[in-house]
Design a protein around this ligand. Structure first.
Ligand SMILES: *Cc1c(COP(=O)(O)O)cnc(C)c1O
Length: 390
């Protein structure tokens, strides 16, 4: 579409997509194994392997695959008994599923501003947002960088609140040596096509409290005690609670399990992509014309993405257009939830200065396991040219 014939950028056409899902190991073989096993519904062999190995490695009480992070967030809201009028503190700079999970139960998201450097929920603003109706805090580990979890857990402990981590970007990210998603009460991962690890559409619910484990598996399986029946603990299963259907097919578990086994390779590739962009763009950062996301020294990231912030909001559309004209598909990110049509209708609108500024300035560069060094060099060269840098 954007054939690149400009001699300035070298030979041939460069058309670099924003994202590409990548096959890294035994995905295809596992799919065939799953289909041939005759058990392709939820919780076949591959799903069980994911559950057991992920829980052990992450240090969680229980990990249950779900059809998406969105359904994991819904299950989290149900487990925390979010009900009409209950409030959940969350950033506005996040995906719509955080707010949906709360609103679907009649609850109310309370949007709090983010930190201008980490782009994460500003923990210093949480205490003043707490009311008698607050039931939970929902930190979102933006771009795979963990929120300040010790402080958030401490605030939650003092006010008797649940902590639901939206770790959709943060599978295998760490915070002070612990895995994101396993630091709060409940964690939610996404394995959507656009995330670092993927099975197309998928997610996981991480349960860190013993009392959530048996209820979690019931809510996820249509509110039935079928999981106990499958284990032979009861003679028949029946409707024992409210629930949804959130079990992914074992074919999806088969894809994910292959990615899980190659996780070190995937993280290493993404780390290298991230490091190359950071190095190529360091001169622009030093000049102050762009800003990169701060990763606190006690956090390691999943390398979900590479983003930069333009100094001025007016620059962003021009930079995106310049990139597009040169075959580079860069994108913006979340439209702040508090400014959305639904939030305005629901009376959730407010003013969040940092969120609004960041949302208007963010640019995410093409990022996937298989992007090549020459492709990355091209992307960086187009950005540098935009700023008339050598
Ligand atoms: C992608 C994303 C989700 C939703 O993930 P799905 O698996 O597509 O439901 C939730 N939260 C954040 C922050 C996300 O980026």
């Amino acid at each position: 579409m954007y054939a690149l014939t400009d001699p300035h950028y070298g030979r041939g056409a460069m058309d670099i997509p924003f994202n590409k899902p990548c096959i890294e190991g035994g995905e295809i073989e596992n799919i065939l194994t799953s289909i041939r096993s005759g058990r392709i519904a939820g919780d076949g062999r591959f799903n069980e392997l994911c559950h057991e190995e992920m829980a052990r490695s992450l240090g969680a009480k229980c990990v249950l695959l779900t059809t998406s992070a969105s359904t994991a967030l819904e299950l989290a809201a149900m487990l925390c008994d979010i009900g009409p009028g209950d409030e959940v503190i969350m950033p506005s700079f996040t995906f719509v599923s955080c707010a949906n999970a709360v609103c679907m139960r009649g609850g109310r998201p309370v949007f709090v501003d983010i930190d201008p450097l980490t782009l994460n929920l500003d923990e210093a603003l949480i205490p003043e947002a707490i009311t008698e109706r607050t039931r939970a805090i929902m930190p979102v580990h933006y771009g795979g960088v963990s929120c300040e979890m010790d402080v958030i857990n401490d605030i939650a402990g003092r006010h008797d609140l649940f902590v639901i981590e939206d770790a959709a970007h943060a599978f295998l990210s760490t915070y002070r040596g612990r895995y994101a998603g396993a630091v709060g009460d409940i964690g939610c991962f996404s394995f959507h096509e656009t995330k670092s690890f993927t099975c197309g559409e998928g997610g996981a619910l991480v349960l860190n409290r013993e009392e959530h484990v048996s209820r979690g598996e019931i809510l996820r399986d249509k509110g039935t005690n079928r999981p106990a029946f499958v284990r032979g603990e009861v003679q028949c299963y029946s409707w024992v609670d409210l629930g949804i259907s959130a079990l992914p097919s074992d074919i999806l578990g088969a894809i994910l399990y292959a990615q899980w086994l190659t996780r070190d390779k995937i993280i290493a590739k993404r780390k290298a992509v991230h490091a190359r962009y950071a190095e190529l763009l360091a001169p622009l950062e030093a000049r102050g014309v762009i800003q990169l996301q701060l990763v606190p020294h006690y956090c390691t990231t999943s390398y979900y993405q590479f983003c930069l912030l333009t100094a001025e909001a007016e620059t962003r559309p021009r930079l995106l257009e310049h990139l597009r004209r040169h075959g580079v598909h860069a994108v913006s990110h979340f439209v702040p939830l508090h400014l959305s049509p639904y939030a305005c209708k629901a009376g959730l609108n407010r003013f969040l200065a940092v969120t609004e500024s960041v949302a208007d300035r963010i640019v995410r560069l093409p990022f996937y396991n298989s992007i090549s060094p020459p492709e990355q060099d091209h992307v960086a060269r187009v950005v540098r040219d935009f700023y008339h840098a050598a």
